[in-house]
Design a protein around this ligand. Sequence first.
Ligand code: ATP
Ligand code: MG
Length: 283
Amino acid sequence: MDQMVSEYRALRSSVLRLWLANHRMDAEHDMQDMIRFNEAIDQALIESIATFGQAAESTRKTVLGVLGHDLRSPLGAVLMASDLLLGSENLAAREKKLAAQINASVRRANHMVGDLLDLARSNLGGGIPVNPEDADLRALCASVVGELRIGFPRAQIITNASDAVTGMYDPARMEQVFTNLISNAVRHGDLEQPINVTLSRGDDGAVFSVQNRGELIPSSVMPHLFNPHARYSSYATREKGASAGLGLGLFIAAEIVSAHGGKIEVVSTVEQGTVFKVLLPIT
Ligand SMILES: Nc1ncnc2c1ncn2[C@@H]1O[C@H](COP(=O)(O)OP(=O)(O)OP(=O)(O)O)[C@@H](O)[C@H]1O
Ligand SMILES: [Mg+2]
């Protein structure tokens, strides 16, 4: 857009320069011509900016509409049906296994659609909206860990004992942060070694951390780790197959944390392993 405007400007000034070089500016009609030319260029510029803006706005609406409704509704229906199927008693073992597979896949697809919706929202409107309310991070974290233990029975997720950590947080969004960070440890870390999850209430606020072993995150990737665009083409695409993610998990976690006034720190070294630390104010 900026580039388009400056090209228009350059075009206008070079035309005017040519004009001045070839004309003596004393004749009244020359002056009129030049004013008309200026007006025509301005009009064209205004019109094309308006058209461009409309196109961008309608793309935005389409993306949000498709993701938010058109895809979510059928996925929701499949999810509900597979939940029912899973719960039904007169299924043979083979059918039960298939139903479980459908359920897991549709959950994953639903999750990805949610991530894309968050990306679209935040790229186009500035941040992911959060609705803070009185919430206990301890309880939210425990429920996420419980779910992940069921989903990944091989993972050894160790949690520390802590008191309630209450404050003003968006519960669903904070669950999303915990899920994204702990499931990263499970999916990208070494499952033979324990994953340490801690939550505590410090003097400066709440601190949540996840530590895992396994392949380290290269330092060259660190600056782009939370940037959804820089990372699409580089690091995230390396992981192939059904388990490959969209590479949005960390970006979304960081957006949610920053919407709460907090931040995420990360280290990945041989000594410490990979540690993601979320620092949140207690309000
Ligand atoms: N705990 C971790 N240990 C090792 N590598 C990690 C860890 N967390 C993230 N990474 C690396 O950073 C990349 C980006 O993580 P991110 O959560 O943003 O995307 P993803 O997990 O690939 O996909 P998605 O979360 O969208 O399903 C991962 O692909 C992985 O290579
Ligand atoms: Mg992830």
